[in-house]
Design a protein around this ligand. Structure first.
Ligand code: C2O
Ligand code: CU
Ligand code: CU
Length: 472
């Protein structure tokens, strides 16, 4: 069942009682909504959406274009895009194009990189995505509530030549805290949650709805693009009797490999592209389980094989490796090193530790300083990096919680965890730090501007786990 840590409100738990009823099949969003355009419009607007499905009512959400998730935007690598964002919400918003290396003026951080888009107003984002891969977009204004009420969508940058797969499928996973009437519970920004693991919900959706099954056919090869668009929920996905091969992390190609322990670990904001060979039996169903939180395993959906025979007897030939992106390779021998220490949060038993006196509402900090909220003008950078220089950042998590640390405007190479090298040539824009662990990342500071670095557990971000690195 997909409801955890709260009252059972999902269709799935009801289905268990309604002998044999099968819910409507998921229409892959690639069929419904893909666009390949260089100019498009997105409207941020309140809407109603059948998150849980019949017989429950629709849920009041905030959406892009009146639907959940926001439209799957598909653009081409190296081709310019213009996206006009119109704000029909009752509050300011912006859009951040998560993971895209773009000019600072297009980064969507209110106050810092652009004025907020006021209700009734529009802003034109224009950029040329240098990297192919799976990215996503979300607001950077009142982030906790705007993301938590549904504002998120995938931004897919297509390679010039696609790898040989039968289908290219997006699963944008989101986490909601619903009341028993399936409306979104209020209480965003609860200080106690902010000091712990953040606002974890009770209902997980796949492409905007509780999804009991995803239809598949024996023998096909699927490229599955997984996006964790949750506010706070970390996921560890296992595909029963299937062996997904990871081909990209945060949109960036890596050596194709099976994940450690057969689980795909996805912190908030992270993406993983996998190749899934559908080697199951026609007519059978296989669960996709998320068992990240001990004792709270649930299944996200089931792969439901239809009765048709295998598409082909042998798996498709050809390498699974994606063409690499034009990322600048840091010079590790000459890189300048800095340590960023993540501090604060609730320490077992005590009060809110560490950050007393760090400013109003601060629960967390980096190197003893806290920035709160979503970003604003005049934030002083923690470090100034020289344009073109190579840097190694040591991210030290001194806290008792997990943090997906995200850096804007750059993609880094993940070098090591607790001193051991990270295999598979992994690049990323976010890196998940378990409690009390240390990760080294390296990059070239090649994009001038004041760039945010923050934890993507949104409660943590807005209560101090955020800073600015200036590249000049
Ligand atoms: Cu998804 Cu500040 O980022
Ligand atoms: Cu970002
Ligand atoms: Cu965090």
């Amino acid at each position: 069942m997909s409801t955890i840590l709260g009252p059972a409100v999902t269709r799935r738990s009801l289905l268990a009682n309604a002998a044999g009823t099968i819910a409507a099949a998921l229409v892959p969003s690639t069929v419904q909504s893909s666009r390949s355009v260089s100019e498009l419009k997105l409207v941020a607007v309140p809407a109603r959406w059948p998150i849980v499905g019949k017989p429950h009512p629709e849920t009041e959400v905030w959406s892009y274009d009146g639907r959940l998730p926001g439209p799957e935007i598909r653009v081409r690598q190296g081709e310019p895009v213009r996206i006009i964002v119109e704000n029909k919400l009752k509050q300011d918003t912006t859009v951040h194009w998560h993971g895209i290396r773009l000019p600072i003026a297009m980064d969507g951080v209110p106050g810092l990189t652009q004025p907020p888009i006021k209700p009734g107003e529009s802003f034109v984002y224009s950029f040329t995505p240098p990297d192919a891969g799976t990215f996503w977009y979300h607001p950077h204004a009142n982030s906790l509530e705007q993301l938590g009420r549904g504002l998120a969508g995938a931004l897919i940058v297509e390679e010039p030549e696609a790898i040989p797969v039968d289908r290219d499928v997006l699963w944008l996973l989101a986490d909601w805290r619903l009341r028993s009437d399936v409306q979104i519970a209020s209480g965003f920004g609860n200080a106690m949650e902010a000091a712990m693991a953040g606002r974890i919900g009770n209902t997980v959706t796949l492409n905007g709805a509780v999804t009991d099954e995803v239809p598949v056919r024996a023998g096909e090869r699927i490229r599955l693009r997984l996006v964790n668009a949750a506010l706070a929920r970390i996921m560890a996905l296992r595909f029963e009797d299937h062996r997904p091969v990871v081909v990209a992390i945060d949109g960036q190609p890596c050596d194709p490999h099976e994940p450690q322990g057969s689980r795909l670990l996805l912190g908030p904001a992270m993406r993983i592209d996998v190749i899934l060979e559908m080697r199951g039996e026609p007519g059978r169903r296989y669960r996709v389980v998320d068992d990240f939180y001990r004792g709270f395993a649930y299944w996200v959906t089931e792969l439901a094989y239809d009765e048709r025979p295998q598409v082909r007897a042998q798996p498709l030939e050809g390498s699974l490796a994606l063409p690499s992106n034009p990322l600048p390779e840091p010079d590790l021998a000459r890189a300048e090193r800095h340590v960023l220490t993540l501090q604060g949060g609730m320490m077992g038993g005590g009060g809110i530790g560490g950050m007393r006196g760090m400013g109003h509402g601060a629960t967390w900090g980096i190197n003893g300083r806290s920035m709160t909220g979503d970003g604003h003008a005049g934030m002083a950078p923690l470090l100034t990096l020289q344009l073109g220089g190579s840097y190694i950042l040591t991210l030290r998590n001194e806290t008792a919680f997990w943090h997906p640390v995200h850096f804007h405007g750059h993609t880094f190479r993940v070098l090591s965890r607790n001193g051991s090298p990270v295999p598979h040539r992994q690049w990323a824009d976010s890196v998940l730090l378990p409690p009390r662990e240390t990760v080294d990342v390296a990059f070239i500071a090649d994009n001038p501007g004041n760039w945010m670095l923050h934890c993507h557990v949104t409660d943590h971000q807005v209560s101090g786990l955020m800073t600015i690195l200036r590249v000049a």
